[in-house]
Design a binder for this molecule. Structure first.
Ligand code: ADP
Length: 488
């Protein structure tokens, strides 16, 4: 379908136009050449007629009437241009009396002579076929000196040679035009093929990709716009393949993450159910595990729900006046015990105070928890997590620096992307940083991560100090629109 339509359009718009132009050029040059040649021949005949007429006037003045006929006869017989044209004399009855070829001329029909008789200038002109089938041009001039023998002089030339010359010229021009047409046709078809074939391949590959075959790629045929399109589609397939891979890994890690606390909860629930005589300490321990794991599960489900809300553009913030130190302090407190259990030291340099800002306190606490959780999760026993908070210019900075495993330079730019996990040895779904980044961006802030593999990672959160003017008008709820999905 595409092949037909592109070829058809090219045929009509490009080849068709060139064809019409060339046909017009051939036709116009044919007519011009024809007119030029015929006009030149006529001019030659007219010049001869004027010369001969002048000569006759001189003869008539210098010779007696008896000799006039003889003089003219000898001139006609020895006419110097007899190879090129024929000179004839016509008497008053309209018959040809003398010819420079010496042959008698029996043609009765002399339209040029009749024209000369009826025209004021005494000149006649004829182009046409004579009885023998030959095409001629004839110019007739009435003889100026009054005499009884000659009424007119007629100059006749055969047009066959001229027509042959015109024909061969028109043929040469036509051949050149045809050669141009063939060249245009061949190069046009080649060009169209070079577009249509890759476009068809692109169509096939795009359909394969659409049907889920993300391994399908197009060989880039040329270094032009088509090649660029192929590369873009290949890039799109790469991205889809990566996303598909990350999505599958995400499903598998989320399932794993959900199963671990569920196993602990079920284990303890069955233990407590099966045992009739358990002591209070065991009961308490079991209930504590069940409570902690339920908390963990609900945290994970909340994170998943947040992520889904961001994806759907329905993620909302409740802006209010808040003290960031209180939220950070709470997050640090939640993790201190956990860090102690894992033999990781949290060093929190709590500042005296920070400027009051407008923001969503639950979401910001969630961000701090996420970043501190990562710092502990990716650290080994004996490691430290250093937390600082300070205000500079018009921003508040919270820095969480760990001495953990670090992030490889090639992974660093991607870790804020949804589903991206640089480290598969630790639990995690790969969406925590994506959600945190989204929340901080909605507060017009940023998250910068610096890391050295095997040395540690520093996450720097920047939140601008803002007044109520930063909160959305009328409502205190800020809805995230779906166009931001791509950033995740
Ligand atoms: P996850 O649930 O896998 O931790 P995140 O979105 O929180 O997902 O983090 C994305 C990836 O970034 C992690 O898989 C991990 O590889 C890397 N990462 C995040 N924080 C740290 C850190 N403090 N130290 C080392 N790697 C980190």
């Amino acid at each position: 379908m595409a092949l037909k339509s592109i070829t058809y359009r090219w045929f009509l718009n490009s080849f068709g136009v060139i064809f019409v132009i060339l046909a017009a050029v051939v036709a116009i040059s044919g007519v011009s050449i024809h007119n030029y040649y015929y006009a030149s021949v006529k001019e030659v005949l007219n010049n001869r007629a004027s010369t001969v007429d002048g000569m006759m006037i001189r003869y008539s003045e210098n010779t007696v009437t008896a000799n006039f006929y003889t003089e003219i006869r000898s001139y006609v017989e020895s006419f110097p241009d007899k190879n090129m044209m024929e000179l004839m004399t016509i008497d008053h009855s309209g018959e040809v009396t003398l010819t420079s070829s010496g042959f008698s001329y029996n043609e009765r029909n002399l339209p040029d002579y009749n024209m000369a008789l009826s025209s004021a200038s005494g000149e006649g002109y004829f182009v046409g076929y004579i009885e023998s089938g030959e095409k001629i041009m004839a110019v007739t001039r009435l003889v100026t000196p009054i005499n009884s023998e000659f009424s007119a002089m007629r100059f006749v030339v055969s047009l066959e040679g001229v027509d042959r010359a015109i024909f061969s010229m028109v043929m040469t021009i036509s051949a050149a035009a045809l050669a141009v047409l063939v060249l245009v046709l061949v190069s046009g078809m080649f060009f169209i093929k070079s577009i249509v074939r890759p476009v068809r391949e692109i169509g096939v590959a795009a359909r394969q990709i659409a049907s889920g075959d993300f391994k399908s790629r197009i060989a880039s045929p040329t270094d032009d716009e088509i090649g660029e399109l192929c590369e873009t589609i290949n890039f799109m397939a790469d991205e889809l393949e990566n996303t598909e891979k990350m999505k599958n890994e995400f499903i598998s890690s989320v399932s794993h993450e959900l199963r671990t606390p569920l196993t602990a909860i079920r284990g303890w629930a069955e233990t407590l159910l099966d045992t009739d005589n358990y002591d209070a300490a065991t009961l308490k321990k079991g209930m504590r595990v069940i409570s902690a794991e339920t908390e963990r599960l609900s945290g994970m489900v909340e994170e998943l729900l947040d992520f889904s809300r961001i994806q759907n553009g329905r993620f909302s913030l409740v802006f209010q006046k808040l003290d960031l130190l209180a939220e950070l302090g709470e997050a640090v407190l939640i993790y201190t015990e956990k860090a102690n259990r894992e033999h990781i030291q949290i060093i929190y340099n709590e500042p005296e105070m920070l400027p009051i800002i407008y923001g969503d306190k639950n979401r910001l606490r969630q961000v701090f928890i996420n970043i501190i959780d990562n710092a502990i999760k990716y650290s080994d026993p004996g490691g430290t997590v250093k937390i600082d908070a300070f205000a500079r210019d018009n921003d508040i900075y919270i820095s969480v620096a760990d001495s953990g495993c670090g992030i490889a330079p090639e992974d660093l730019p991607k870790i804020k992307t949804k589903f991206y996990k640089a480290n598969h040895t630790r639990r995690g779904s790969g969406i925590g940083l994506a959600v945190a980044n989204e929340i901080i961006q909605m507060h017009k802030g940023s998250i910068d991560i610096e890391s050295t593999l095997g040395v540690g990672t520093t996450v720097l959160i920047r939140i601008p100090v803002s007044g109520p003017e930063n909160a959305p008008e009328q409502s205190s709820i800020l809805e995230r629109k779906p166009e931001n999905e791509q950033k995740l």
